[in-house]
Design a protein around this ligand. Structure first.
Ligand SMILES: Nc1ncnc2c1ncn2[C@@H]1O[C@H](COP(=O)(O)OP(=O)(O)OP(=O)(O)O)[C@@H](O)[C@H]1O
Ligand SMILES: [Mg+2]
Length: 246
């Protein structure tokens, strides 16, 4: 049992999230997910990203699951809000924003499903509802897996091998799932028992997307940049791109 468990059950510190993400719609949706046994219960907030709040949950089989709650009010919107809310012409803006976030959440679910079918190393998705997404919690032994940016250099046994394992996952995603992740970085690659697991798929696009090739190049560049900076590994962008596409 991971040691964070006792300390991470909802406590007074989590109340700051209540005003932010646990609004009526969200609490209602969490209840529905419990009734449908997608999760047994929420244990506590473990992370807050730009777009979401990440809640650790107990799964139906005593396993751990992650509930990703997309924030409806992002910072960008907050800025717009000052200009729009109160103007009678834009009464429906809040609703539109909500629908857009719901769509984003559904897109991450569908991308994760595609990745799963193609055997890409990514968390298995279980359900989505409104702005909530439930997926497997990626573990590293008994602990919750951490992204590469939180890992000490010594912890990667063989960085070069790890680099190519990430590239292999990007290749499966490209060739089999016909997707480009489009936000590959040290923040979205978890280390799980010395293997990479890709997360954060909402922005991933189909190869038919007009920007797909450009996003792939950017992903490869970001990956190379990180491994060069942290692990002194030098690889040619072209070599990696060729490898992914062939
Ligand atoms: N399935 C999972 N298993 C374990 N940890 C996870 C999982 N999903 C997310 N996390 C943790 O939560 C963090 C944020 O998740 P994610 O990147 O999906 O959200 P985000 O809101 O898009 O974040 P950001 O905007 O910062 O990229 C991850 O960096 C990771 O540490
Ligand atoms: Mg992320």
């Amino acid at each position: 049992m991971p040691e964070f468990r006792e300390e991470k059950i909802f406590d007074e510190n989590d109340y700051k999230y209540f005003s932010k993400v646990f609004d009526f719609f969200t609490l209602d949706a969490i209840r529905t997910l419990e009734i449908r046994r997608v999760i047994k219960r929420a244990l506590g907030v473990i992370k807050e990203g730009k777009e979401s709040v990440i809640v650790l949950c107990e799964g139906p089989e005593g396993d751990y699951r992650i509930l990703k709650i997309y924030k409806i009010e992002t910072s960008d919107f907050k800025r717009m809000e000052d200009y729009i809310v109160g103007d009678a012409r834009f009464k429906s803006v809040r609703k539109k924003k909500r629908d857009l976030v719901y769509l984003w959440c559904r897109k991450e679910f569908s991308n994760l499903k595609k990745a799963q079918k193609a055997n890409v190393s990514a968390p298995a998705p279980h359900a989505f509802m409104k702005n909530l997404l439930v997926m497997d919690c990626v573990m590293d032994g008994d602990e919750i897996a951490r992204p590469l940016d939180e890992i000490d250099r010594e912890e990667l046994e063989n960085p070069e091998e790890f680099f190519w394992m990430v590239v292999d996952e990007m290749k499966k995603l490209y060739k089999k799932a016909k997707l480009v992740h489009a936000d590959i970085s040290e923040f979205n690659i978890l280390k799980s028992n010395n293997k990479p697991v890709l997360i954060d798929f909402a922005q991933a696009v189909m190869l038919t997307h007009p920007m797909a090739e450009r996003f792939l190049k950017r992903d490869v560049r970001n990956l190379i940049r990180f491994f060069k900076k942290e692990y002194r590994i030098s690889v040619e962008e072209q070599e990696v791109l060729q490898y992914i596409k062939n």
